[in-house]
Ligand binder design. Structure first.
Ligand SMILES: Nc1ncnc2c1ncn2[C@@H]1O[C@H](COP(=O)(O)OP(=O)(O)OP(=O)(O)O)[C@@H](O)[C@H]1O
Ligand SMILES: [Mg+2]
Length: 303
């Protein structure tokens, strides 16, 4: 059974803005789905539709075959959500906030406390557990929000920019945790992010949105095939024949677009045969960032 299903999902806001336009996605349990796209692409709106916080104006979406509109309570019980503006209580301490949300999900006080302390420990917030939330920094709040979303051991986690405002160490810690949750616990993660390099490290599939439309979807390899095939050969050499069409970086590295691996030895041979010396040679496949910019037309070529 699919963990997450979107069928022709659409949302037009009352003012007439079409934020999500006929989006289809199927995700299996345990996937870490990177939902990418520029500001205003419709990512947060999609998360709100899936979490039952908004009603679609067209199509449908479901979590383990449970319709987000028809049975929102069941959907809430299965999902944890982290958004940029998570609702928590400033006058309560970290652990009190977690225990409160534990009780909302029907956990006993001792269960909430045990689980809350574990999560605070995992998110490196143990020292701040008795501090009231108003004294938390942005990054601490963000981590507490992640702890809150996990208190009831959800099967699906919606993370909307979970690492915005986190320092690099905390961001790495959160990314490690996301990977662990998916791999060891089988949790399905729906991750909206602008951090494409991190996304490439932790996601198993991707969806690229722009202006409410899903432009492309698939694994990195599938996206490379669909969107941006070919690679770039990078060569540091002297005596390169002038007819080899190439672009030189400021560091003196030549970048030559290639369509197949065979072009690597062929090019190397040509350089050597014409008296050149090769100091370094490598190939680079299109990164997620290359694919993203290619799709959203912000860069002309895949490099
Ligand atoms: N409550 C609302 N009423 C009207 N329009 C809205 C509302 N919320 C969002 N929108 C519009 O819907 C579009 C999609 O917004 P959304 O927040 O889903 O984008 P996003 O992909 O999450 O962007 P970001 O990367 O900036 O978080 C935008 O044009 C936005 O202005
Ligand atoms: Mg958003």
């Amino acid at each position: 059974m699919n963990a997450i299903t979107l069928i022709e999902l659409s949302k037009t806001y009352p003012g007439g803005k079409k934020a999500v336009d006929s989006v289809n996605i199927n995700l299996s349990p345990g996937e870490v789905f990177g939902f990418l796209g520029p500001n205003g692409a419709g990512k947060t709106t999609t998360v709100k539709l899936l979490g039952g916080m908004l009603r679609p104006t067209g199509g449908s979406c479901s979590i383990f075959a449970i319709d987000s509109v028809k049975e929102p309570e069941k959907v809430h019980a299965l999902c944890g959500v982290v958004t940029e503006h998570a609702q928590m209580y400033d006058s309560l301490t970290g652990i009190q906030n977690l225990m409160f949300y534990g009780s909302v999900y029907g956990l006993s006080s001792s269960e909430s406390q045990k689980r809350g302390l574990e999560l605070l420990n995992q998110l490196e917030l143990s020292e701040a557990k008795d501090q009231k939330l108003f004294s938390y920094s942005t990054g601490m709040r963000q981590r507490l929000s992640l702890a809150r979303s996990l208190i009831h051991q959800p099967k699906i986690l919606f993370l909307d920019e979970p690492t915005s405002g986190l320092d690099p160490e905390s961001a790495q810690n959160v990314h490690g945790m996301i990977r662990h949750l998916a791999k060891e616990k089988g949790i399905t993660v729906f991750l909206c992010t602008h951090q494409l390099r991190y996304a490439q490290e932790i996601c198993t599939r991707y969806g690229l949105m722009d202006k409410g439309r899903l432009l492309a979807e698939g694994t990195l390899d599938q996206l490379r095939t669909k969107v941006c095939s070919g690679a770039v050969m990078k060569i540091k050499a002297t005596g390169v024949p002038s007819d080899l069409s190439c672009h030189q970086t400021p560091e003196g590295v030549l970048e030559i677009p290639i369509q197949s691996e065979e072009e690597v030895p062929k090019t190397a041979r040509r350089i050597v045969e014409s008296g050149g010396n090769i100091y370094h040679i490598s190939t680079k496949l299109p990164s997620l960032e290359d694919i993203y910019f290619h799709l959203t037309n912000r860069k002309e070529n895949c490099r």
